[in-house]
Design a protein around this ligand. Structure first.
Ligand code: RIB
Length: 297
């Protein structure tokens, strides 16, 4: 069993609409299919990590409503410790509205209760987080949460992983304290506040900045060279949650003390398997499925 992982992040109910075309402004179209599914970048990464053998606790907020109840029990079913979640009255659970068109998605998130994973909540969980080895964040919760917690965790030599989605500029102090940052190709420039080419930006963050580029694979700078790890070739059904699966899997591999390159490979296989099914968490693989692919080489 690897190190203990805490995920501090969002939990949402996802509303999926599959359609053959994307509506233009002012246009009404008919969709093909509608379904709801559990999601939220924080919860997705917690589930990905737990399915792959991580020892995971989830920190975040739910409304005291029907969605909150479903999401709460789903996290428990996934073997995730939820003792520190806050259940809040008078606010709705986070919700995401996801349009799937040609296997790609467009997402609008209404944060709801996730907005209250804020500084006050951070102060209430800070000492508990010191019992963990790795703390994983995303940016669907207020940035003040990271600004408060990350420097404290850094001082206690914790491994801090941030999947900076949706992208926001991170200050220099945060960037310095973060151990691994996993933006995608559209996010890295905003997050690091750098304007150069991808390689130039990678050179500035050796062994820290891990950029995911969809079906083009993953890149990072190891201090000597840019390492490019290719993506897995699969038939894509739905890419929702692929980045979450990558970061969750990467985190588990870090918790087991693997090299960065092996962590990236592990993440790529998990993410590759996840896009073959609809929904963010539905396709997230078990450790056996990933192990089988690793064995095949
Ligand atoms: O990354 C995918 C996730 O983004 C969805 O589950 C949705 O809830 C949004 O947070």
């Amino acid at each position: 069993m690897g190190k203990k992982i805490a995920v501090v992040g969002s939990i949402n109910m996802d509303y999926f609409i599959e359609c053959d075309q994307s509506p233009k402004s002012g246009e009404t179209i008919l969709g093909k299919n509608f379904f709801t599914s559990v999601g939220g970048k924080g919860a997705n990464q917690a589930v990905a990590a737990s399915r792959l053998g991580g020892k995971v606790s989830m920190f975040g907020s739910l409304g005291n409503d029907e969605h909150g109840k479903v999401l709460n029990s789903q996290l428990q079913k996934e073997n995730i410790n939820i003792n520190q979640l806050q259940l809040l009255n008078d606010i709705t659970t986070g919700a995401a509205f996801i349009q799937i068109f040609k296997g790609e998605n467009k997402i609008i998130v209404v944060p709801g209760a996730n907005e209250l994973t804020n500084r006050a909540y951070s102060q209430s969980i800070a000492s508990e987080l010191l019992n963990y080895d790795i703390i994983l964040f995303q940016l669907e919760i207020p940035i003040e949460t990271l600004e408060y917690l990350v420097p404290i965790l850094y001082k206690h030599n914790k491994i801090i992983i941030v999947n900076p989605a949706p992208a926001k500029k991170l200050g220099d102090e945060l960037l310095n304290c973060i151990t691994y940052l996993t933006p995608n190709e559209h996010e890295y420039s905003t997050v690091t506040n750098q304007t150069g080419s991808m390689n130039e930006v990678l050179f500035k963050f050796p062994n820290k900045l891990i950029i995911t580029c969809g079906n083009k694979g993953v890149l990072y700078f190891d201090g000597t060279t840019i390492v490019e790890v290719p993506a897995m070739m699969v038939d894509v059904v739905d890419t929702t949650g692929a980045g979450d699966t990558f970061t969750g899997a990467f985190t588990v591999a870090v918790s087991e003390g693997k090299s960065i390159e092996d962590c990236v490979r592990f993440g790529i296989i998990a993410a590759g398997l996840s896009v073959t099914k609809k929904g963010a968490q539905t396709g997230m693989p078990s450790i056996d499925e990933v192990a089988r692919i690793l064995k095949e080489g």
